[in-house]
Design a protein around this ligand. Structure first.
Ligand code: SF4
Length: 581
């Protein structure tokens, strides 16, 4: 695509948007905010929209968006050599002071490299000069394990944008040059400067030490930046409405941050602690302002009903005429009032995540619900008129046996019976759609030392589940292959030595198997090795707030099939739980 075409396309997109910001560049710090995927995906990300607002709320900053071109345009652009342009002013991205990436998914790592190449900025930080923009990488992945991206970033911003954005802007503004800027950022909370560290490996290739360079101000461990309280913060909410994307015409708003359940496999649960609710009045005020652009509200939270005033929020939104879609609901959220409010607002499907088929295995992973309770909730769901149920399960969990797989079948069949009973009464049978994913042990969880399950065993379990679940009317299951998860695990668990694989996959169009073969990186070392004796893990350079000793004790407790109860559930679970702590 030529530069002219890019400009036309950008103006066309802007003409259909409401709420974007355009500021003159003169005298302002210029930030190109990059989402390493297409416009369609990026504009559905509330995190991306929030960082855009946070930058543009500062008078002396102009922040413009840039996305990965669609597949066809990307090829054309790489061939023509036309530079990547921002959306708002169609300025070459390479002319900006800062390129700030917001990275949410491991699969987008190759797109970070592509976008830097399109912007004519060297993808490797050590090849950049003082004339290049400062490349900052932030987003959800930086909470988890930034190391696979370390060689591409001048700065990794680890934590929450509300704290990171003002600190970054002050440092860039005050700095005399690039090196001075890095030195100013290095001691600040949440800023990791990979080039200020030497990584030392032991004879077995494990990380032995991150050694900060003397005189740089780089700390031995970088503490994640997280806001203590959301009481005085504006909740992240859609600021740009666009008809072009999945959630484009929906008003997205974050209601509560974090989840208190402490499931042992869940990086989001551990890494967004503590649970912090946004003020209900402000949520409703922002919703009222957004009403002229949208009549659908998407509530973004990993544990919506951890908000103490959730019923008031839902009722308020309903009274304003919004239809409401929750991003995800925990099982204990599903009370009669909540489900009936959702049904009244137009919801016909609800998603829940039993994760495992048996109470025993759920005690191992600290998913603090029982089959009896799940069936109770299914009854609440279907009797309130919800027609369809979406289920998430995992396989490859520690201590899993065939009985647990049979449990997935049995539980699903029992939920189906409840669905049919209520459906027949209404004259309309719904459906159950299940999704089964292999466990990828995630950094920053109680499973961070675990190897991924042997692929042959996971394959066998997948086959067994397909047999068990075949031919059940109104029940449809998607059981993911291990191969897909394998490379995601490499990106999730890797360190900076995985960077050549990312570069090779970027060159060859995403063929990860070929990329691993070409670079000679030992993927199995990262994926299938027990890390429990490693002196350090790649993600230990970031202190996310949870102690390794806590994760170890949680893992051991899991093997003893003991729950760790969040305080909120302590009382109500007394009747179910064999072990309390
Ligand atoms: S309930 Fe869901 S969001 Fe909360 S810790 Fe468990 S898996 Fe994570």
């Amino acid at each position: 695509m030529t530069k002219l075409n890019q400009c036309d396309r950008a103006r066309d997109v802007l003409s259909r948007e409401v709420g974007y910001v355009q500021k003159p560049h003169g005298g302002r710090l210029r930030v190109a905010l990059a989402f390493p995927n297409t416009y369609f995906v990026g504009m559905s990300s509330l995190g991306f929209q929030t960082v855009y607002r946070l930058f543009n709320d500062l008078d002396d900053v102009v922040c413009e968006r840039v996305f990965l071109p669609g597949r066809q345009d990307l090829q054309a652009q790489l061939l023509s050599g036309a530079p990547l342009l921002t959306l708002e002013s169609q300025t070459p991205v390479g002319d900006f002071d800062v390129i700030a990436f917001s990275v949410s998914f491991e699969w987008d790592y190759t797109n970070v490299v592509s976008m830097l190449r399109l912007a004519r900025v060297a993808p490797r930080a050590d090849a950049r000069t003082h004339h290049d923009p400062l490349v900052v990488i932030g987003g959800a992945v930086t909470f988890v394990n930034p190391e696979p991206l370390a060689l591409f970033a001048d700065v990794i911003a680890a934590g929450e944008g509300e704290l990171l954005v003002p600190t970054l802007v002050s440092a860039v503004r005050a700095a005399s040059d690039r090196d001075d800027c890095l030195r100013r950022l290095a001691p600040e909370r949440g800023f990791y400067i990979p080039s200020f560290y030497d990584v030392r490996y032991d004879d077995e290739g494990r990380i032995a030490a991150f050694e900060p360079h003397a005189g740089t101000g780089a700390p031995p461990v970088v503490k994640k930046a997280a806001v203590k309280s959301t009481e005085r913060l504006d909740p992240p909410a859609t600021s740009i409405f666009t008809p072009e994307t999945e959630f484009g015409s929906r008003f997205l708003i974050e209601v509560v941050r974090g989840c208190a359940n402490l499931c042992r496999f869940c990086w989001a649960g551990y890494n967004y602690l503590p649970v912090r609710a946004f003020p209900a009045d402000r949520i409703l005020e922002l919703a009222a302002q957004a009403k002229r652009h949208s009549s659908r509200a998407g509530l973004v939270s990993i544990a919506l009903c951890d908000h103490p005033e959730i019923e008031r929020i839902l009722t308020g939104l309903l009274d304003m005429g919004f239809s409401i879609s929750p991003a995800s609901l925990r099982m204990d959220d599903l009370t009669d009032p909540i489900v009936s409010l959702l049904r009244r607002s137009g919801e016909r499907s609800i998603t829940i995540a039993p994760e495992a088929g048996s109470d025993r295995l759920r005690r191992v992973i600290n998913k603090t619900v029982t089959n009896a309770e799940i069936l109770e909730r299914a009854d609440v769901i279907f009797r309130n008129g919800i027609e369809n149920l979406k289920l998430y399960y995992m396989i490859g969990l520690p201590t899993e046996t065939d009985e647990d797989l049979v449990g997935i079948h049995d539980l699903t069949v029992q939920m189906r019976e409840i669905m049919l009973r209520h459906g027949r009464g209404r004259g309309h049978l719904g459906r159950i759609v299940g999704s089964v994913n292999p466990l990828i042990p995630k950094p920053g969880t109680a499973y961070q030392w675990l190897p991924m399950e042997d692929p042959a065993i996971t394959d066998r379990k997948g086959k067994r589940l397909r047999q068990l679940l075949a031919g059940i009317d109104n029940v449809y299951f998607n059981i993911k292959s291990e191969r897909h998860s394998y490379y995601q695990a490499l990106l999730s668990l890797g360190d900076r030595r995985v960077a050549p694989v990312i570069e090779a996959a970027e060159r060859n169009g995403g063929n990860w198997r070929a990329a691993v073969a070409e670079t000679g990186v030992d993927a199995a070392f990262y994926i299938f090795r027990d890390r429990s004796q490693d002196p350090l893990l790649p993600w230990d350079i970031i202190d996310g707030g949870m102690k390794a000793s806590f994760f170890r004790s949680e893992f051991d407790k899991g093997l003893r099939e003991e729950w760790t109860l969040p305080p909120k559930r302590h009382k109500e679970n007394l009747k179910f739980l064999p072990v309390l702590s």
